[in-house]
Ligand binder design. Structure first.
Ligand SMILES: [Zn+2]
Length: 327
């Protein structure tokens, strides 16, 4: 079992992760990062300063690690992440992967037309590094949309599975709150152990049965959009509490999917995006969960134990205080 984890500044062990936010973005730029954000200069210094500020804030809540699943086509900026990690001493785990089907087809064709070549690119980024940066990805990100998994999306899932099996790297997905069970079926069918998969954005669904299908399949649920517009946190918290009540804390990952510097995108912490900040879980959501019956142990399990088990490839453990899953 793989026991060392690639961060943007070298490898760590699962025990070194500590409290981990499993899905945040330091930087997003559609199409790819512009050259002035890739190289040192005033623009990059400004971005580094903003991101360093957020890291200091979450560090105040005991967080030691963040996973940034920004894909190749969403502006993944390895030099920027490496600079932020070096400045702060914080663990940042970055991803390989592709967001849109259009980019997938473009990259596949550029690499000669075969999905295996895309898997090869993922494997290269996980084992040798991203481009010539020397920064290695530590996780694979895959995406499916709505209302069905398309042909290219299916191909991309299989390429990700191949890279995961070859390298031992885990997988984090994007869903629209549906089809997570199908993602799980496709990925595990291609040889990825279920406990190496986080079905992302599961908090977009309030369907307990859908959540439990994924949990029983052995994967993790990403409740990873706390603070985002479109749904009050109270609704996400209620769905999460239902799972805690069913003794499933060991299958839950929490995060915000916040974007700290988004070129041409919204500015978090302002207006409608007021709560979409990486401290929101600690400031607003934990009190909601505790009021709803969650325990400090649940919180620690979701923030610390589950990320460690996930990266170590261990099976999620049923909670000791499991009140009985009758479903
Ligand atoms: Zn995201």
């Amino acid at each position: 079992m793989r026991s060392s984890i690639n961060t943007v500044s070298g490898t760590i062990t699962p025990e070194q992760l500590g409290r981990t936010l499993m899905h945040e973005h330091v930087f997003v730029e559609y199409g790819g990062p512009s050259s002035e954000t890739l190289r040192p200069g005033p623009r990059r210094s400004a971005i580094v300063s903003i991101c360093t500020g957020y890291i200091e804030q979450i560090r105040g809540f005991g967080v030691k690690t963040l996973v940034d699943p920004t894909t190749i086509d969403l502006g993944r900026n390895a030099p920027l992440m490496a600079e932020i990690a070096a400045k702060t001493g914080f663990n940042i785990i970055c991803a390989t992967g592709i967001y849109s089907s259009a980019t997938y087809v473009m990259i596949r064709e550029r690499l000669g037309g075969s999905p295996d070549a895309v898997a090869g690119l993922f494997i290269k980024e996980l084992s040798e590094g991203i481009g010539d940066t020397g920064v290695k990805a530590g996780i694979i990100k895959v995406v499916t949309g709505y209302p069905v998994i398309g042909k290219e999306e299916h191909e991309l899932l299989l390429a990700a599975a191949k890279a995961s099996v070859a390298t031992g790297a885990p997988i984090i997905t994007h869903t629209e709150g549906i089809l997570g069970d199908e993602q799980q079926r496709i990925l595990t069918g291609a040889g990825v152990p279920a406990q190496r998969i986080i079905i992302g954005h599961s908090c977009l669904s309030r369907d307990f049965d859908y959540h439990m299908r994924i949990v029983r399949g052995g994967s993790y649920l990403g409740f990873d959009r706390f603070g985002m517009t479109g749904m009050p946190d109270e609704v996400r918290a209620a769905a999460l509490l239902k799972l805690l009540d069913a003794g499933r804390a060991s299958h839950l990952m929490v995060s915000h999917d916040s974007v700290w510097y988004w070129v041409d995108g919204p500015r978090i912490g302002t207006g409608a995006y007021k709560n979409w900040v990486p401290t929101n879980f600690f400031e607003r959501v934990i009190p909601m969960l505790l009021y709803g019956g969650a325990t400090d142990e649940h919180i620690q399990t979701m923030l610390c134990d589950n990320p460690r088990r996930f990266f170590a490839g261990e099976q999620p453990e049923p909670m000791k205080e499991n009140r009985g899953d009758t479903h």
